[in-house]
Design a protein around this ligand. Sequence first.
Ligand code: PGA
Length: 254
Amino acid sequence: MNKDRKLIIAGNWKMNKTVAEALDLVNGLKRELLSVKEVDLVVCPPFTALSEVSKAILDSNLRLGAQDMSEHPPGAYTGEIAAVMLKEFSVRYVIVGHSERRQYHAETDAVIAAKAAAAHGAALKPIVCIGETLKERETGRTELVLETQVKGSLAGLSKSQMEETVLAYEPVWAIGTGRTATADQAQAAHAFIRRVLAGVFDDTVARRVRIQYGGSVKPANARELMSLPDVDGALVGGASLEIRSFTDIVKNSI
Ligand code: PGA
């Protein structure tokens, strides 16, 4: 793999795994992925498993991510989790603006930008998700949507914060559907996102930011996707729930 950006592969477990199941999974991943140094590896369990998973991966090459966080500091926000609470469990990354949050919890680009800023405020690295729906793609609006989301969801970040931010391009029509973007579609979207970043920030930032692809990543398509010039990793949903499939995705990407 001959890219100057280090690949980052993250498992988004979504609303799955009890604590016991989470420990089984992460202990298996720890064992299988022990020797992997070429890729940054992140697991994003549900909040309820963060504490135990954090302890289980202390002496490993796995890093911990959360799936969401509040844009607010601690206070009267029932049901929410603040960045400082994630820090307690040595969380390093936090997914913000996943399409399921945008869709089911009405998160806007402005809210997502506030979450990304709050994450940086607590020295957490946000993984900011963007991506078009099927309708938007079919009506020729993919680039417009991506540009709007990049500008809106990253608004207010400094250049140095942007370099520490991971973007995830996740076409909504490819998430959990078994329908992956083709290599051409993925590369075109990633290259476009990088051009928008160059315009908003600068060429150096655009060259340094890692952009993951997400949406039905599987062991069988990981190699091709990860070899694309502007694809710097994967955000994996369904296939991150089993030791074998996540391990194979990582190994096929190296
Ligand atoms: P999937 O989900 O791999 O199950 O398509 C990806 C995601 O939603 O992050």
